[in-house]
Design a protein around this ligand. Structure first.
Ligand SMILES: [Zn+2]
Length: 235
């Protein structure tokens, strides 16, 4: 880790993704924090253009700062989607300064937005770990959890209603059977009484015979149709 003068308002420390730069003193909004520096690479030179690392800061189509040098403390500054600092780029001077865009309190991590190109290439594939994105993820997880709980409660309520319905149905069935049993006995007595009174007893008797022999009877007691079976039986 590079030595940092105690006069500076920052230090290198542990962050959620590894190392980061943290304020040690209050930093006013708009104040310059640190310069992002390193050798200038010229994209027109094959040798320069071949250099590849995470700390390349493109100034314009031609010039890029290689910030991977040890003394470039600004390389410890992590990306954030809702940062408290910004990279103030002066392509003509080929200079980059990290500047506060909010009042920063001691202990706060200093961040700036690395830009969409970096985000797409390095952060999107692994998921951005900045505070804003973590918060978003946490919220989403909480919402998903709440959804799951809501669905579970709904399913339990449904199951309970179904069980209650089944119990009610079973109860109803039982009651119906009990009633039938009680009513059935008294009905039998009435029916028997009617039959015993002789009203239409004869036709009822012939009907019964017809059903037993498989021949339907007309009201006057004659077979409705002369099937082969009945003819044979008569002979
Ligand atoms: Zn983010």
């Amino acid at each position: 880790m590079p030595a940092i003068s105690p006069d500076k308002p920052y230090r290198v420390g542990r962050s959620r993704t590894g190392l980061g730069l943290f304020a040690t003193k209050p930093i006013k909004k708009g104040a310059k924090i640190v310069r992002y520096f390193g050798p200038l690479l010229d994209s027109r030179k094959k040798k320069d253009d071949a250099i590849e690392n995470k700390y390349l800061f493109e100034l314009n189509g031609r010039w890029t700062i290689d910030g991977s040098v040890r003394d470039n403390v600004a390389r410890y500054i992590n990306h954030a989607c809702k940062p408290n600092a910004e990279s103030d780029v002066k392509p003509r001077k080929r200079k980059v300064v990290i500047r506060a865009i909010k009042n920063i309190e001691p202990g706060e991590e200093i961040n700036y937005d690395y830009g969409t190109d970096y985000f797409k290439a390095y952060l999107k594939p692994i998921g951005c770990k900045c505070a804003a994105c973590e918060k978003k993820r946490k919220k989403k997880r909480a919402e998903a959890r709440a959804d799951r709980l809501r669905l579970k409660a709904k399913a339990e309520k449904k199951a309970l209603r179904k069980a209650e319905k089944q119990v009610a149905k079973a109860k109803e069935k039982l009651e119906r059977r009990l009633k039938q049993k009680l009513n059935g006995n008294s009905n039998g007595v009435k029916l028997n009484g009617k039959l015993l009174n002789g009203h239409g007893a004869k036709s009822a008797g012939s009907e019964m015979i017809a059903v037993q022999s498989g021949i339907s009877a007309t009201p006057d007691g004659k077979p409705a149709q002369e099937s082969g079976a009945s003819a044979q039986a008569a002979e």
